[in-house]
Design a binder for this molecule. Structure first.
Ligand code: FAD
Ligand code: DLZ
Ligand code: SF4
Length: 510
């Protein structure tokens, strides 16, 4: 028996049962391939981050005496696709068995299924041993239901995995602490300085630069800030728990200029490529709260646990339930292109300038920037969800389709017509001003709706509701907005729509 086992770039789980025994007959294969670097225009830090973590993982496997074949991007033998490379390797090494871990992405899943079916040798797909839930668990849980309420799924998982429970009741008697969270940062509050790494990835960058792979964003390759192995991922987790968890919930939705991560964990990259598991992240956070309840209040902890055992697992379940149709949904039939400045950050709108520039510089924006700044604007501007997905799938270091598309097309763009969310996340300047310090120093005036320097969010917001009245008018969660709109003076409404039209026609100059 000679077995070849494929490890994908987001399957760097050293605790996987594959690696717990050592068999001479098993060879692991990892590959840097153009199918993966080219399916979206990725941020340079994303490509380099994936390759650096993959290389570190291969090195670790070799150090533990596993047999590893690693194909680098510019290896002359590299045929630049998983199946093509595997075909040659199986032939060359006379492998009798092909095994892979279930991929998280629909495209790769289909491809590997087809590939395995085409082989004459024995094949097997095994679990990736990472998530709390299987691919189908959400579908089964909501079977026969019309709506997919995250809170219900979250509570079921809390019970099933006995997370923050007392018998079958939530600890403290309360499930949800959202109302105590989500505050604006106080004016002179100085957030914790984020822990960054200083990895030297210049060799990897040089290899990518030899090719014509198209990328976006900037990189300091001598001081690459993201964790590239398990040890660094655990260090980042400890930093989060020591420095950020105590204010995580409070400032989860806060935004302020030039502060790129506030009290967020930045663990999404480490978790999505499986260098660390959601179970250990939650366990460590809960232990820290138990050890130090005076420092870490319960609402901060529950807010964090909810993101991981709730939202993260929920999005995975929706993805596997609804793909591939999900990727074609466009509830509002939006058709526009993204403004050019999404790739440059060159706009006078302070909130968008900050969120886009930090995305270009760090391959990261925190949740509320993604949702209520870039996503909000794209929806108000009527941009086609394909365009928006491509942007989000490329720019963020943590962007893998299962969690990107459900958040973007679903939560942010409501292109799924309300599977993930109950109403579109759109806002005028007043919400942005309520949660941030962006408006004070903006070229545009937050309180002005029409005319010179009117904040574009204001007229675009009403224009959106006006245009989508047939689709949203009956939504009970938005009824109040329509009451306000219907009661507005005819002239005021016309002025708002005219202003919105002007901005939409000049969108590249905002
Ligand atoms: P924290 O704020 O510290 O949260 C802790 C963890 O909770 C995260 O690491 C993440 O694993 C999980 N989490 C939080 N919110 C969500 C959510 N809505 N869905 C799933 N998991 C969540 N997340 C990705 O991992 N990859 C993406 O490509 C991605 N694209 C997004 C696109 C849009 C338009 C929006 C609105 C959100 C997107 N998210 C995505 C969700 C969320 O914004 C990121 O998980 C988060 O910003 C990552 O930063 P963090 O690790 O500092 O998160
Ligand atoms: C995102 C990414 C990139 C940029 N490059 C590679 C690669 O060269 N090799 C690889 O195995 N994986 C890569 N990935 C991750 C995959 O594109 C893909 O998103 C996941 O494997 C799907 O679960
Ligand atoms: Fe953004 Fe408008 Fe505030 Fe400027 S005024 S920062 S464009 S919300």
């Amino acid at each position: 028996k000679r077995t070849v086992r494929l490890i994908l770039g987001d399957q760097l789980n050293s605790n996987h049962s594959w690696f717990q025994t050592h068999e001479e007959s098993v060879t692991y294969v990892m590959m840097e391939v153009r199918t993966e670097t080219d399916y979206a225009t990725h941020h340079i830090q994303k490509i380099v981050g994936f390759f650096a973590a993959m290389q570190a993982f291969a090195k670790e496997l070799k150090a533990n005496n596993h047999n590893v074949i690693y194909l680098q991007l510019n290896d002359p033998a590299n045929l630049q696709a998983f199946d093509k490379n595997l075909m040659v390797l199986i032939d060359e090494h006379q492998f009798t068995h092909f095994e892979y871990q279930l991929p998280d992405e629909f495209r790769v899943d289909q491809m590997l299924k087809d590939f395995a079916n085409s082989l004459a040798i024995e094949t097997a797909a095994v679990d990736s041993e990472h998530f709390f839930t299987s691919r189908t668990e959400l579908g089964t849980f909501f079977e026969g239901k019309k709506t997919f309420i995250m809170e219900n799924f979250y509570r079921m998982l809390r019970k099933k995995h006995n997370v923050l429970m007392e018998g079958d009741q939530p600890l403290t008697g309360k499930w949800n602490y959202d109302s105590e969270n989500r505050k604006k940062l106080p004016k002179n509050h100085k957030p914790t300085t984020p822990l960054v790494f200083s990895n030297n990835v210049t060799d990897i960058l040089a290899e990518v630069n030899k090719t014509d792979v198209k990328t976006i964003g900037t990189i300091d390759a001598a001081n690459f800030v993201w964790p590239i192995n398990r040890e660094q991922s655990l260090e980042l987790l400890d930093f989060f728990i020591d420095e950020c968890l105590c204010l995580f919930g409070s400032y989860q939705d806060a935004m302020t200029p030039n502060e790129w991560s506030l009290y967020h964990s930045r663990l999404s990259f480490s978790m999505n490529i499986k260098m660390i598991s959601p179970q250990e992240v939650i366990e460590k956070a809960i232990q820290a709260w138990r050890d130090n309840p005076d420092k870490i209040e319960y609402n901060q902890l529950e807010g964090f646990v909810r993101q991981i055992i709730g939202w993260r697992e929920y999005m995975r379940g929706i993805y596997w339930l609804k793909m591939p149709e999900y990727a074609t949904m466009n509830f509002f039939n939006n058709e526009e292109k993204l403004p050019d400045w999404f790739w440059t950050g060159k706009t006078k709108m302070n909130c968008l300038k900050d969120a886009i520039n930090q995305s270009l510089n760090f391959a990261y924006a925190h949740h509320i920037q993604r949702l209520m700044i870039t996503g909000n604007f794209a929806l108000l501007a009527g941009v086609h969800p394909d365009e928006i997905d491509a942007w989000y799938l490329g720019i963020y270091i943590d962007a893998i389709e299962w969690v990107e598309i459900t958040n973007t097309r679903g939560m942010s763009q409501f292109a799924d017509g309300g599977i993930v969310g109950t109403k579109p996340y759109v806002s005028s300047a007043s919400y942005i001003d309520k949660m941030s310090h962006y408006c004070g120093s903006c070229y545009y005036k937050k309180a002005v709706k029409t005319g010179d320097k009117a904040c574009p969010f204001n007229s675009l917001y009403w224009n959106f509701y006006d245009k989508q009245e047939d689709k949203l008018g009956k939504n009970p969660r938005i009824g109040m907005m329509y009451n306000v709109w219907r009661k507005m003076k005819v002239d005021d409404k016309a002025a708002l729509l005219e202003q919105a039209n002007y901005y939409l026609n000049n969108i590249n100059n905002l």
